[in-house]
Ligand binder design. Structure first.
Ligand code: ZN
Length: 472
């Protein structure tokens, strides 16, 4: 049973999907006006892991993450550089894919819609909101009327409407009825991209795009909506208001928000000068290390980014890979009076149980990794002394489990051979294939010659029942 901490109820809740065996999930994506920073990388990596975990548990996942490709910041950047907003968006969407490929996001089957390709859907929702009395047109803009929904507004951010009212700056506005009302549609200004609408030329506000895109790809009610903590208010709060008022349905059932990233103990911000782009960090650290570092903490906790933490992640990864390599080596030196690896067998069963229960409890990747490290420790111990064929089975299963969890579920692909190593193994496999053919033709002299020559090069081969294995 998977449990999720739902921001909406502030409780750990049992996950019950809208459709049995399936998960529909929407996560707010980046506004594409710059390269992504670490604060964007954390949700990208975490929610990718959520998707992978659901798949590991047998669910069919539909995962949507948008690109905000029309926005004030994009327009500003386009004007500064003297190019169109679209050119800016295209450039940074491409850069997004370049950067995130290095932290191994699973793109297969993902839906990545762009806001500008869904303007029609947004206009439709805005029209419905006006018809139902939840929005009004004013001088070419359209605003959501917070008063019309005041009883249910702020349910996600758990704020008080009165506090918000008194906290709002007294805006002298002839356009909005209340300073809390938010824009659904903005009248076109000089030098801005715009679209036709029933209210004249203009462009959508930010919040409406996520309602339109989630409705289109996941339906009016879907399972999970995610994003960084900073999106709870106003973005997600406003998404809920407009979606519920337009459709009357439930919108997203579970709201998941990840914590901030601190840099050496301080909040990451442009003004503090400690703002890190993912591509800059990737120049110093392998994407797998960044990914492991991010998953080493529980997603709701703030995470402290520092060289020391990344170095620790690097050491952890090496420890896992070394144990797996040692295990592989042990598999080719089986001795009949070796160990059956009973302790490892027990630890493997325990690790499987612990990993799933940690991840089932609100995606606790940190505890899940703990289970893997315990297994790694026991694997190292097991291969310190010779193993027998029963022991080899256990070692093999342990290696496979570690590799599945790390590479497939957590997305930290274990590198068990370097590039030269890969070429070597392909060559050895090829030579072994030649040897198999020689044996099939009963050319024992050739078969022995190949074996001896390989041995001279330090490559030991071992003929098993139906497979020949080798080690260097
Ligand atoms: Zn959004």
């Amino acid at each position: 049973m998977i449990k999720i901490y739902n921001t909406l109820t502030r409780k750990l809740e049992e996950f019950k999907p809208v459709k049995e065996g399936e998960v529909s999930m929407y996560v707010c994506g980046p506004t594409v006006y710059n390269y992504i920073h670490l604060g964007n990388a954390r949700p990208a990596i975490f929610f990718d892991t959520v998707r992978r975990y659901f798949e590991f548990r047998g669910y069919k996942v539909t995962y949507v993450q948008n690109f905000t490709d029309v926005d004030d910041k994009i327009i500003k950047k386009a004007n500064e550089e003297g190019v169109s907003s679209q050119e800016i968006a295209t450039k940074y969407i491409q850069a997004y894919f370049e950067d995130t490929a290095k932290v191994n996001l699973k793109e297969d089957g993902m839906i990545r819609p762009k806001a500008t390709e869904h303007i029609g859907g947004m206009i439709k929702i805005i029209k419905t909101l006006i018809e139902k009395g939840h929005a009004y047109e004013s001088q070419g803009d359209v605003y959501f009327d917070v008063e019309s929904y005041k009883d249910d507004y702020l349910g996600l951010s758990h704020q008080n409407l009165e506090d918000l009212r008194s906290g709002a700056r007294i805006e002298v506005s002839e356009i909005k009825k209340s300073p809390l009302d938010f824009a659904l549609w903005k009248k076109a200004k000089e030098g801005e991209p715009s679209w036709n609408s029933p209210w004249g030329q203009g462009r959508p506000g930010w919040h409406i795009e996520c309602s339109a895109m989630s409705h289109k790809y996941l339906g009016e009610t879907f399972d999970i909506h995610g994003g960084g903590q900073d999106l709870i208010f106003p973005h997600h709060e406003n998404e809920i208001a407009q979606s519920k008022c337009a459709c009357g349905g439930e919108y997203a059932r579970y709201w998941i928000h990840n914590g901030y990233i601190n840099i050496n103990g301080e909040k990451m911000s442009k003004s503090l000068g400690n703002f890190f782009l993912l591509r800059d960090v990737l120049e110093h650290y392998d994407g797998r290390i960044i990914r492991l570092f991010i998953l080493s903490s529980h997603y709701r906790k703030p995470i402290d980014f520092s060289d020391a933490e990344l170095t620790q992640a690097k050491t952890s990864l090496e420890r896992i890979e070394n144990a797996v390599m040692r295990g592989k080596e042990a598999l080719v030196e089986i001795s009949s009076n070796g160990s059956s690896c009973i302790e490892l067998k027990e630890q493997l069963a325990l690790a499987k149980e612990k990993f799933v229960s940690a991840m089932d409890e609100d995606f606790n990747t940190s505890m899940g990794l703990g289970a893997i490290f315990e297994l790694v420790k026991e694997l190292n111990k097991a291969v310190d002394s010779p193993i027998n064929s029963d022991g080899a089975e256990v070692v093999k299963e342990s290696i496979e489990y570690i590799d599945t969890v790390m590479s497939e579920v957590l997305g930290v692909k274990l590198k068990l051979e370097n590039a030269v190593g890969n070429l070597t193994s392909e060559l050895v496999e090829f030579i072994l294939e030649m040897r198999r053919e020689a044996r099939a033709e009963k050319n024992w002299a050739m078969s022995d010659k190949i074996r001896d020559r390989l041995a001279e090069m330090g490559i030991k081969i071992k003929d098993g029942k139906d497979k020949t294995t080798w080690t260097m």
